[in-house]
Each structure stands twice: as structure tokens, then as C-alpha cells.
Design a protein around this ligand. Structure first.
Ligand SMILES: [Zn+2]
Length: 291
């Protein structure tokens, strides 16, 4: 979550000026009597010092004004550097956007924008021993919520679980799609009447980092019957408490264009997950998107 703070770079011009102003050794070659000469030298030195102090004061004033527009300042040694913090007004407008990120609809009608999410974190930085997985990345918020969910499962004696996929790049997903098309050129032609389990690159929500395929070491085949295992049943019943929904429910294939997938869970945030679970809607209905 830490962003690079380049305040030092931004203000290097300012500090540079001061350094040159203070570093130059001034020489005075006035031809006055020794006593007056000394006094004049002292006066001139004082004048130079006073000018430097004035420059410094003006600079500091301008600099502090700049910082005042920013939310907070960071102290780096003797120099105060403006942090790249958002003004409070802008920060207050941001939470809805953040919430919206978790409700993003990626499906046949709403392809993803193609960018790699900047919220991805390696899974081995998220999980300890709550769940098994083989490498990969996940959205940081979805990861934290999944960790909470798997810890709760452990505490209730459910599991063990295994994450088989979280984030997939569009390129990789597209390879899977093209491989499927080579096997069957008509695959995915009428997804709402003949739903798929492999989606084209930019229509898979795995590219958002918010989706997880969860199986168990005891049942690591992604098929319908995972939904009947104790692990599948626990997830279907409890995932919403941690902000996840069973994204492709049985009976919603005509809306999702995807087969029933009891292993595919999607992070939407706790409030939305609760509402979706209680209403029995799928995300297409809840987010109002399948037009
Ligand atoms: Zn999946």
C-alpha cells in the first residue's frame, strides 16, 4: 500500500539553490586600514549571512505553504518533505470508488479493461498455513478476507482447503480459451443456452485478482460433486460472511453464461456478499449488468 514518496526529488531544486548560496567562499579585497578593514569584512559577512537567512526564510515560507495543502508531512532528517498525500476533500470522495472495485462485473457482456491490477500481492505473503496453494497472486483485500475465511474454517474443523487459481493474466486466460476453441470451434458460441467453463481472456474475472478457485486436497477435481463435499458445503454456506460469493450458482447459467462452479468464489465485500447470499441473486442481477 505504500506509495513511493518522491518529495525529495520534487524539492531538490530548492535545496540545491541553498547549497550553492551557502557553500561559496566569499573573498573581499578592500584596501582599507587594518582595523576598518576587519570591521568591513565582518559587516559584509554579516550582510551575506543576513541575505542567506532571508532567502532561507522565504524559501521555507513557500515550502511550508506547499505542505499545508497536503494532508501530512514527513520529516527526513533536517529537511521537511511534503508527503504525496491527497487533500482531505479528495480522500473523502474516494471510498465509493474503492467499494465499486469489488463489485466490478467482468463477464461476456463486460470485458475487463485489460490492465494488470496494481493491488496484486504474492499469495505466499498473504497466507501461512490456513490453505495450500502453488504460487500465484491475489488482490490484497480479497487475500486478507480469504485468510480470515480459511482461519474460520480451520477453527470450525472444515477443510483443509486448496486454492488452485486466483489471479490469471489476460494473456494466460486467452491461451486457455484458444486451446479450448481448437478442441471445439463452436465452444462458447451461445453461452447463455450452452454455458462454458472456460472464458475468453478479457471476460474472466480471474484477471481482476478478486476470484478464487477453491478445492480441497481430498477433492481436487473441479467438478459438480465438489459442491457435495463437506468442504464445498461449508464454503457455500459460509463464504458470504467473509465477503465472498459463489459466483456461478446452479440455476443462473442463462444469466452468467457459465456452468455451475461450486469451486469458484468471488470477493465482493461483506455487505454485498451478505445481500447477494440472502437474495439468492447472482452478480449479474445484483450489479445490474447483463443487458
Ligand atoms: Zn474460477
Amino acid at each position: 500500500m505504500m506509495k513511493n514518496r518522491s518529495g525529495n526529488d520534487t524539492f531538490s531544486g530548492y535545496y540545491g539553490k541553498n547549497r550553492t548560496g551557502g557553500g561559496g567562499e566569499m573573498r573581499f579585497t578592500a584596501s582599507a586600514p587594518p582595523g576598518r578593514h576587519k570591521r568591513r569584512r565582518a559587516t559584509k559577512r554579516f550582510a551575506v549571512f543576513a541575505v542567506m537567512v532571508a532567502i532561507l526564510a522565504v524559501g521555507l515560507l513557500l515550502f511550508t505553504r506547499g505542505c499545508a495543502q497536503s494532508e501530512k508531512t514527513v520529516h527526513t532528517g533536517a529537511a521537511r518533505v511534503c508527503a504525496q498525500a491527497r487533500p482531505p476533500a479528495e480522500a473523502a470522495e474516494n471510498p465509493p470508488v474503492e467499494d465499486g472495485r469489488f463489485l466490478v462485473l467482468v463477464n461476456w457482456e463486460h470485458p475487463s479493461d485489460g490492465s494488470r491490477p496494481d493491488t496484486l500481492v504474492p499469495m505466499d505473503e498473504v497466507f501461512e498455513n490456513e490453505v495450500s496453494f502453488e504460487g500465484g497472486s491475489i488482490d490484497s483485500m480479497a487475500g486478507a478476507a480469504a485468510r480470515e475465511m480459511f482461519r474460520a474454517a480451520q477453527a470450525e474443523g472444515a477443510g483443509p482447503y486448496k486454492i488452485t487459481t486466483a489471479y490469471r493474466s489476460i494473456e494466460y486466460q486467452e491461451q486457455l480459451w484458444e486451446q479450448r476453441l481448437r478442441e471445439d470451434p463452436d465452444y462458447g458460441r451461445e453461452p447463455y443456452s450452452d454455458p462454458v467453463r472456460v472464458l475468453p481472456g478479457n471476460t474472466s474475472e480471474h484477471t481482476t485478482g478478486l476470484a478464487l478457485d477453491i478445492l480441497s486436497p481430498r477433492h481436487d477435481e473441479a467438478d459438480d460433486s465438489f459442491g457435495e463435499t463437506p468442504e464445498g458445503l461449508w464454503l457455500a454456506e459460509n463464504a458470504w460472511k467473509y465477503g465472498f460469493i459463489l459466483r456461478y450458482p446452479e440455476g443462473k447459467e442463462a444469466l452468467t453464461g457459465v456452468i455451475y462452479e461450486p469451486w469458484h468464489f468471488r470477493y465482493v465485500g461483506k455487505q454485498a456478499a451478505k445481500e447477494i447470499y440472502q437474495s439468492g441473486q447472482c452478480l449479474e442481477e445484483y450489479a445490474g449488468g447483463n443487458s
